[in-house]
Design a protein around this ligand. Sequence first.
Ligand SMILES: *Cc1c(COP(=O)(O)O)cnc(C)c1O
Length: 362
Amino acid sequence: MERVYNFSAGPSALPLPVLEKARNELINTNNSGMSVMEMSHRSKMFLDIITEAEKLLRELMNIPENYEVLFLQGGASTQFAMVPLNLFSKSKKADFVNTGLWSKKAIAEAKKYGIVNVVASSEDKVFNYIPELDKSKFTEDADFFHITINNTIYGTRYTSLPDTGDVPLVTDMSSSILSQVYDVNRFGLIYAGAQKNIGPAGLTIVIIRKDLIGKAMDITPTMLNYQVHAENGSMYNTPPTFAIYMAMLVFQWLKDMGGVAEIEKVNIEKAGLLYDFLDNSRLFRGTVVPKDRSLMNVPFILPSEELNQKFIKEAKEAGLVNLAGHRSVGGMRASIYNPMPIEGVKALVRFMEKFELENKIN
Ligand SMILES: *Cc1c(COP(=O)(O)O)cnc(C)c1O
């Protein structure tokens, strides 16, 4: 079978050159005589891989020296607990913005360990916008302030960051890391599951300002303590070695593409093609308010559930797969992460044009 254009929200498409390189090296990685999956994580060979992965990520995101980069497991969902366990060090209060399902899960987890203040929510409109933030509602002595910077399910993103003063800004960046230039200095902590823009599932990246490490709550399990992982170079226990190797290859690929600023331009162009089509269509409709539209996840709907299903089915037959929206919202969603080539987006838009002609209302 031909490779398809895969619009999956995650795990999602990987760059073909990365998959080909991994295939070619699968049984003999870096001339070691063994697969990366068979190497001791303590070996020099693997140490070179994780060191290179960190170096490339630091370069791509311009991560300052006073930040630690950790390669962890457990997905973004484990960070929902790990963040409060480690950052509730003084007031045990935190501010959250509720912009969807992932925010809600993070809020529910933090509530187990401290006091959560939800400063704003967009739940009234099925999370189709990023709410305005009123600084007077922020908790002055909060231990951290949490946002979900790109909302994978609803297709919204922050285009500016809240000014939280001395309160560390924490973000779930799972679905937009490396897709656009972010100033790491603005954050106390960034976390991201790998399976959207970095590599295979099983790896979680944490970028944390060093002064926030070492103040975990007493009840914090060893494996959930950032200090333990920082002091052991992400090797307190066996890290997800193959996923880290794949991430290294993706970082290398992105660097070869010209880095984050370059891919951001492509991402703006890709998303623009889809949004332009949606704005001019008489049949399809984008669901997000224009100013908060994500560059990575583009949700849209047709006038009836019947047409939605017809579209998803026919698109699949045309090699455009995984276009169904999240099970909690329905409709369609095109996830167009870094590895999705512009040709894939053009093919989708052409298909939507054709579908519109064939399914004219009146
Ligand atoms: C996918 C996703 C998650 C869940 O990630 P897991 O790695 O499955 O735990 C959390 N937050 C956001 C923004 C996501 O896109």
